[in-house]
Write a protein that binds this ligand. Sequence first.
Ligand code: KG4
Length: 341
Amino acid sequence: MKDIYTLGIESSCDETSVAVVKNGREILSNVIDTQIPIHEKYGGVVPEIASRNHIEAISRVTKKALEEANISLEQIDAVTPTYGPGLVGALLVGLSYAKALSFAINKPLVGVNHIQGHIAANYITYKELEPPFLCMMMSGGNTQIIHVKDYTEFEVLGKTRDDAIGEAFDKVARVVGLGYPGGPKVDKLAKEGKPTIELPKTHFENMDFSFSGIKTAVINLHHKNPEINKADLCASFEKTITEILIENIKKAMKVTGMKTIALAGGVSANIFIRKAFLDLGQIQDDKEKQENQIQNDIKIYMPDLKLCTDNAGMIASAGYYNYMQGKRDALDLNAIPNLKL
Ligand code: KG4
């Protein structure tokens, strides 16, 4: 069979990234131009500044991605940009560029949902992984438990009713003075602390999440007692939030009977969360196994650390599966900031 090369373009937030992927699984290049140092001084991403920097970077990043992959534009089979969810101005830069490329080289334009891209990061890391499986999707804008029924078929089983998990990490980091982006900084500081502080958990009957309560509790604790040990606070926050994730993924396993779980999104780079999921795959306690109808054959997949956060490699992989499914988009494809799976 002929090899298929997809050109992924990602610009939904603060990373301008372009990648060439072969047959959906093999990264030939994955150039990531991050704007983190630019937004750091504002304590978060400033949408207008993000859009302007994407414009400045997109041609250069694309050229580099093609060079590193040692491939010409004519060899690309499909141009596969993220078209949502994300910041509308930022998305429009990558999408418009992709449309122009697709028109110029006369190759199909195949839009990709950013969340689908995060899931696909697992296909690059694990060549043997195939749907169906459960995905614990945790990023700066989304927190969802997804039943991945096929490469392009998804059912959302549970989602956050307020903040995304990454947002909660970022806000906690900002309040305790760690700066942006908060997740990796909380992760680092938590390693030096002990999870001794009791924090609230929100439970729902179904598999939904709520992180605003725990976030507010951390903020209030810190404001009322500025001398509080920040490392302990971060460790307690991380532990409590991880327990919530594990509770809900167990419910999802019970409901679906699925025993394969993949993590996705920026927060899946968190070391404590990764370890907790790995432990879930090795539950030894029979009582807990029975109660949760869990056997020891749970398989846990987690993307390489560099593929957890935004990158075009994962977008080109998801784009390949959309392309193979026959998805084609017209040049009037618009950016959809709140695009759902
Ligand atoms: O997936 P991502 O790069 O962007 C979105 O699609 O939203 O996720 C970014 C989020 C940020 O909130 C960042 O703080 C968080 O992922 N993050 C982490 C870690 N690394 C990145 N959160 C916790 N621990 C980490 N190690």
